[in-house]
Design a binder for this molecule. Structure first.
Ligand code: GDP
Length: 199
């Protein structure tokens, strides 16, 4: 199904710029530098459909990509969080945009929360998960950059992430393990996104 066209639709810096809620949406969230752009690109089989935003100012937008012809669903690239030096105003703008999107978006079927395999679930990730719990938006945890650590370490972080997921009401009780670099877990992720889009 992903073999059809995937096109960038628009960036929405505020809720009034959201596209009409006429098809299912699957959103991607994670700390900045978690590997979100790389994973989105791997998922749709493109080199650079999603771009990395390196500066805090550029991150305050929801980016919408359309999948399928005819249109099947949208992928939503949420602004990265957890910038160490983000000014409080930037953090507040992020929080409001994300919270309002999560709470009000009836077509949002599932969110994927990306977790860096080297770091596991950080306090800012747990905060994101709590926002999702409160908005009653179901989410999957996805470990990224699995190629960066040893198999034994990966096993430990997988177990710890799974334990974390089970503490949260809206978290899916399985954790996907991926590496965009090695193409690991990408087929499984694609299958998960497709089935979530049909929820
Ligand atoms: P974003 O800020 O979350 O969109 O992160 P990017 O996709 O831009 O990735 C951040 C950095 O991590 C870049 O230098 C990527 O090359 C690197 N990266 C992303 N995914 C992987 C992966 O699966 N394996 C490895 N080794 N590096 C990765």
């Amino acid at each position: 199904l992903f073999s059809g066209p995937v096109t960038f639709l628009k960036s929405a810096p505020a809720l009034k710029f959201l596209p009409d809620p006429d098809v299912p949406e699957i959103a991607f969230a994670g700390r900045s530098n978690v590997g979100k752009s790389s994973l989105l690109n791997a998922l749709v089989g493109r080199k650079a459909i999603a771009r990395t935003s390196v500066t805090p100012g550029r991150t305050q937008e929801l980016n919408f990509f359309e999948v399928g012809e005819p249109l099947l669903f949208r992928l939503v690239d949420m602004p990265g969080y957890g910038f160490a030096k983000a000014p409080p105003k930037v953090v507040e703008t992020w929080r409001r945009l994300v919270r309002d999107y999560l709470r009000g978006r009836v077509v949002l079927k599932r969110t994927l929360v990306l977790i860096d395999s080297r770091h596991g679930v950080k306090p800012v990730d747990a905060e994101m998960m709590e926002m999702l719990d409160q908005a009653a938006v179901g989410y999957r945890l996805v470990l990224t950059k699995a190629d960066k650590i040893k198999a034994s370490e990966l096993e430990a972080v997988h177990a710890a992430t799974l334990a974390e997921a089970r503490k949260h009401s809206a978290a899916y009780p399985e954790v996907l393990v991926t590496s965009s670099e090695k193409g690991m877990g990408i087929d499984e992720l694609r299958a998960a996104v497709l089935s979530d889009s049909l929820l």
